[in-house]
Design a protein around this ligand. Structure first.
Ligand SMILES: [Zn+2]
Length: 396
């Protein structure tokens, strides 16, 4: 996208008018769009410099909604898109690039922030940042969230970092930052997460859960922050995911092919137009993209003030219990996603309807046979343990 098209440079109200009241409204209105003459023109010969606009995806309402909720409230804890090949999962995630909000992030290579000094004193940051802090200069500034894509063949060293070979020549060993630390405060996208090695997946999930990780290579060690939104896709036909990995994804979006012939034709026309004229297709959606980006920012801003009435929270928890789901993550995700859902409607109060609407995204793929069996055998073991303890304690 060239400088003139940067969404930030324009005012959303100017370019779109004000008939749209919320992000959700925008999503609902955007589906019908005439491509005009673009489809009749010849090939522009341009390479794919502009991602296919997120809002130009036909249908797939749940997928779009779930991804936007995760941008509004990162506490939801990651998104897994489950569905067969060719349903637009990867295109949708890459299309988020133009919708990403801003975050406060470190200006320093080592990722030092003011908070480090407040918690750990001057030694907690690098000498340069300590000096800056002393002079009252900021260590961080606002920047766009980035979409960091994990390469399919990523090795453990790429993910966590390794010895910087150039530094070895200078006799001062340093670590090269890995993908995980680059993903801090960003989105880490793993396409086909079920094809990654267990070792790499485990490291990523631990780092995501703890928000930081430590690397030791020979005599050098370093700690890095790793607070990111995890987005993964998987095609269930190509193998499953271990339940403990599944549990780490807050939202599970079922992505299916389009049903209606009209929708399929529209999807075909849009993708053909995009292949020939990526920039023109991007331009067709640029106004709504700007509007959506602003709506995401404002939903993020009001999120803190969104109230979750106790009655609504208790209903949500009761419902999860009814499904026999033991993971506390399900509750956390449901309540946080409900807040985000209210926020994208520009509302400051969560309703029971919000909870019911988004519940399937949280509840599916949680009641696996594995978990059921584990609990059953757990009960048997619990009973045995209790019996033996009772025998010892009472002598019976
Ligand atoms: Zn620093």
């Amino acid at each position: 996208m060239d400088e003139n098209n940067k969404p930030n440079n324009q005012n959303a109200e100017e370019v779109t008018g004000s008939s749209i009241r919320s992000l959700k409204d925008l999503l609902d209105q955007i589906t019908g769009r005439d491509l005009g003459d673009i489809s009749k023109e010849g090939d522009s010969g341009l390479a794919e410099l502009w991602p296919f606009p997120f809002l130009a995806l036909v249908g797939q309402k749940e997928m779009k909604l779930g991804l936007l909720l995760s941008l509004v409230n990162p506490t939801i804890g990651g998104v897994l898109l489950v569905g067969p090949r060719g349903t637009g999962k990867t295109t949708a995630v890459r299309g988020l690039i133009d919708l990403l909000p801003s975050v406060s992030a470190s200006n320093c290579y080592y990722g030092c922030i003011e908070e480090d000094i407040e918690i750990g004193g001057m030694d907690a940051v690098c000498p340069d940042c300590a000096e800056k802090y002393g002079k009252g200069e900021p260590l961080s500034s606002l920047r766009k969230v980035k979409l960091i894509e994990l390469p399919l063949n990523a090795k453990l060293d790429d993910v966590v970092g390794s010895i910087d070979e150039r530094s070895q020549m200078h006799n001062r060993m340093r670590l090269r930052r890995g993908i995980l630390s680059q993903a801090d405060k960003n989105i880490l996208f793993i396409d086909e997460v079920n094809l990654l090695s267990d070792q790499v997946v485990d490291v990523i999930l631990d780092a995501a859960a703890q928000g930081s990780y430590t690397v030791k290579r020979g005599p050098v060690s370093a700690a890095y922050r790793s607070r990111f939104i995890l987005i993964g896709t998987m095609n269930p036909e190509e193998g499953g995911l271990r339940p403990q990995i599944m549990d780490r994804f807050g939202l599970r979006l079922a992505v299916q092919g389009l049903d209606k012939p009209n929708d399929r034709l529209e999807a075909y026309n849009r993708s053909q137009a995009y292949i020939k004229h990526p920039k023109k297709v991007v331009d067709l959606w640029v106004k709504e993209t700007i509007k959506a980006q602003n709506e995401i920012e404002s939903a993020r801003q009001i999120l803190e003030d969104v109230e979750l009435p106790e009655e609504v929270a208790l209903t949500a928890i009761e419902m999860i219990k009814h499904f026999g789901i033991v993971s506390l993550r399900a509750e956390l995700t449901l309540l946080e996603a409900a807040k985000a859902y209210a926020a994208i409607h520009n509302r400051l109060k969560v309703t029971k309807e919000d909870v019911f609407t988004i519940a399937p995204m949280i509840l599916r793929l949680r009641r696996s046979e594995f978990i059921k069996k584990y609990i059953e055998t757990q009960d048997v073991e619990e009973n045995e343990i209790n019996k033996i303890i009772k025998k010892f304690s009472t002598g019976k």
